[in-house]
Design a protein around this ligand. Structure first.
Ligand code: BGC
Length: 728
């Protein structure tokens, strides 16, 4: 049994960094390098020798390089505790492992995919959802969670748009910070220290992968990098995120796993990030494939020099770092500082103080009684991600009408869980038919749409046809880019058939990305878009259909009119021949064969109350650079029904040092809309939020005119003018 005397770092009253330093001092170079290795699925028996030699620091639980798409049978807490016991017992200095997993949006309870979380425009909900999910993951002994992804996703062909918080950097930065707080407060003890580390990924600009093709190159200038893609990471650092992951892409020719300028100079030196940076899967070894390292030894040198602390599964650190130090090719301090960060993380998470014995501990989270309150959060989160795109008055659905449910999602469970769902079980997920049958008073009939000819006829027997279309979950996520954004093959034809036979059609599209939905809308009386919503998708959808709650989602990405229009985002910039993305008239159409505007812009989503905004009013016409301004606007209901509305505040800067977008999201507020009369919304905006990174690489806030506008989406905005001066 070790004592505090021979293991002085056992003293829990010392600070994590000090305890880490005490361990580091006693380590051999080989043991140090071991701490920088992350291997997949370390096994206490098969890997006993590695554990004894201390040549592994982290075990990632994953099915392989495409873990988001390939199941692995789930996590077993009992097995992990056995592994940790072995790791601590065998390591000369008793160092436990970090146990890493991609707990992206669900564990036992599955929340909406991140894109659906973003559609809620509710950071409080995203925070709560990730906290609940990580409380379950902690029960299963996960200590490092590779979430949240905060890549600003501009191209919906990219499958990983599903894992993103959308296309707007402000929405993404707010959600990213909320997600970090949610993960790192899960199960936090009295000392306030996190039990599980969040990981901001993928640093950086991966959302710009050329053509939406996964892993592809990124060419991006410094001001765009600063004004868009770095912002969420900065917000995550400020929220206390403990770890970061380098991205697979290069940035202007420099692969991120070798990009010391961004990883060291920006992330660490400029922002003060002191946490661990991990590689992405094989990212360091693949510097060879990337064509910048001649061999694996050079790749290892590049990775450690760039500031990548942990080598995820490529093995090049274990193969080459000892030799690189001993031959003098790299400085020993590079290894020491990386190891110090890894050990500090282990102490911060309390791993050295844990007793991994198994008595009374549940074998897995699945053996615990179901946490109903987590399911409640999942249902609220899913309701809040359902976006109503069109409605000719058919919704909310009368509870007494008869409904025929059809289409591939009628009795589907698995795909409701979305991509990157490693532990959620389809058998704990309700189908739409089950959820509707349980709460509908009228007759509910169904088929799964396999025989389009038959299904289209079955709908004639019901008052309403509920057609559930969309993508299988395997169409989104990592390595799942698409060249076509139209709904999957055959579904439009099917909908056409249904339309021939029925004049009351509600279409629900379930997907992992924004899709082209123009024709779906033409063929339906109402369209709801649901990003794969997790365990409670079906019940939440039925709640919205019945009007128990308002459709709570607003678009976190533009829905393009066709695949050929992408990328098309809320941040279209002013050009020398200005074209607002939402104007159609005259010569400024950008395509001769199609209108340029998006039918459903960023921020769009209908409520049942048909909210209307008044004219925005400012607290003054002039404001100082260091001050704030108040914006007020009234909101009323266009029908005699109360509801909710998302009031969005935008900025337009007509003369800046660089070209800026037509509109930039500054803030938003959900508001309860009364059935009669109106309510007021007030925004307090600090002038510093008008700022941007300019030509000189510095952030600046200009004096002069800006326009502030409010809208219920990013297209129909009522603008008002403001003058910014030097102030007092
Ligand atoms: C993905 C990461 C993920 C990692 C570990 C990679 O392929 O890009 O997002 O965290 O695998 O599974």
């Amino acid at each position: 049994m070790s004592t505090t005397e021979d293991r002085p770092w056992s003293d829990p009253d010392l600070e994590p960094a000090e305890r880490a330093r005490l361990v580091l001092e006693r380590m051999t170079l080989e043991e140090k390098v071991g701490q920088l290795d992350m291997s997949a699925n370390i096994d206490p028996v098969a890997d006993a020798e590695r554990l004894r030699a201390g040549s592994v620091g982290t075990s990632i639980l994953a099915s392989g390089p495409w873990a988001g798409n390939v199941g692995d049978g789930g996590v077993r807490a009992r097995g992990i505790r056995a592994l940790q016991r072995e790791a601590v017992a065998r390591h000369r200095l008793g160092v436990p492992l970090l146990i890493a997993r991609d707990v992206i949006h669900g564990h036992r309870t599955v929340m909406p995919i991140p894109l659906g979380g973003a559609a809620s425009f509710r950071p409080d909900l995203v925070e709560d959802a990730l906290r609940r999910v990580h409380e379950e993951a902690i029960t299963d002994e996960i200590s490092w969670s590779f979430t949240p992804m905060m890549d600003v996703a501009e191209d919906p062909r990219w499958g990983r748009v599903a894992e993103s918080f959308g296309e707007d950097p402000h929405l993404v930065e707010v959600m990213a910070a909320a997600a970090v707080r949610g993960v790192q407060t899960a199960g936090a003890k009295e000392n306030g220290r996190p039990r599980v580390a969040a990981c901001m990924k993928h640093f950086v600009a991966y959302g710009l992968a050329r053509g939406g093709r996964d892993y592809n190159s990124v060419d991006v200038g410094e001001t765009t990098l600063r004004n868009v893609h770095l912002r969420p990471f900065r917000a995550a650092v400020d929220a206390g995120c403990l770890t970061a992951m380098a991205s697979f892409n290069d940035v202007d020719g420099v692969p991120m796993h070798a990009n010391g300028r961004l990883l060291r100079e920006v992330l660490r030196d400029e922002w003060g990030f002191t946490g661990v940076v991990t590689a992405d899967w094989c990212g360091i070894g693949e510097l060879v494939e990337h064509g910048v390292a001649a061999d694996r030894r050079e790749a290892a040198r590049m990775g450690i020099e760039a500031g990548v602390d942990v080598d995820m599964v490529s093995g090049v650190y274990v193969e080459h770092l000892v030799d690189l130090v001993e031959s003098g090719d790299i400085d020993k301090s590079l290894v020491d500082e990386a190891v110090l960060r890894v050990l500090t993380l282990k102490f911060t998470l309390g791993l050295f103080d844990r007793d991994f014995s198994d008595e009374a501990a549940p074998a897995t989270v699945w053996e615990r009684p179901r946490d109903e309150s987590a399911l409640d959060v999942a249902r609220t989160a899913a309701r809040s991600s359902v976006t109503l795109l069109t409605n000719d008055g058919i919704l909310p659905l009368s509870r007494t009408c008869s409904v025929h449910v059809t289409g591939p999602f009628a009795v589907e469970r698995e795909s409701l869980l979305g991509t990157w769902c490693l532990d959620g079980r389809p058998d704990e997920t309700t189908t739409v038919v089950e959820a509707l049958t349980a709460s509908h008073d009228g007759e509910v009939t169904w088929d799964d749409g396999r025989f389009a000819d038959h299904a289209a006829r079955l709908v004639t027997h019901a008052d309403t046809a509920l057609v559930l279309l969309g993508e299988h979950r395997s169409s989104s996520g990592e390595a799942n880019s698409l060249s076509r954004l139209e709904v999957p093959a055959g579904q439009i034809e099917f909908l056409r058939q249904v339309r021939i036979h029925h004049d009351r059609v509600v279409a629900v599209v379930l997907s992992g990305r924004p899709l082209v939905l123009e024709e779906v809308a033409e063929l339906s009386d109402a369209v709801l878009l649901v990003f794969h919503g997790g365990t409670e998708t079906a019940r939440a959808l039925v709640d919205v259909l019945h009007g128990v709650v308002e459709p709570g989602g607003r678009l976190p990405t533009t829905l393009p009119p066709s695949t050929g229009h992408v990328p098309l985002t809320v941040r279209e910039k002013r050009t020398s021949r200005p074209l607002s993305p939402y104007r159609t008239e005259g010569w400024d159409r950008r395509y001769v064969d199609a209108p340029t505007p998006a039918t459903w812009p960023f921020g769009f989503g209908l409520g049942y109350a048909d909210a209307r905004l008044g004219v925005p009013r400012l607290s003054g016409e002039c404001v100082g650079r260091g001050d704030s301004v108040e914006v007020a606007v009234s909101v009323s209901s266009g029908v005699s029904r109360a509801g909710r509305a998302l009031v969005q505040l935008y900025l337009c800067d007509p003369a800046a040092q660089i070209t800026r977008p037509w509109r930039e999201l500054l803030d938003w507020q959900w508001v309860e809309v009364p059935a009669q009369g109106a309510t007021e919304v007030h925004f307090t905006v600090s002038v510093s939020s008008f700022g941007y990174w300019g030509r000189d690489g510095r952030r600046r806030v200009d004096t002069g005119r800006v326009d502030l506008g409010v809208g219920l989406d990013s297209r129909d905005i009522a603008w008002t003018r403001l003058e910014v001066n030097e102030g007092a």
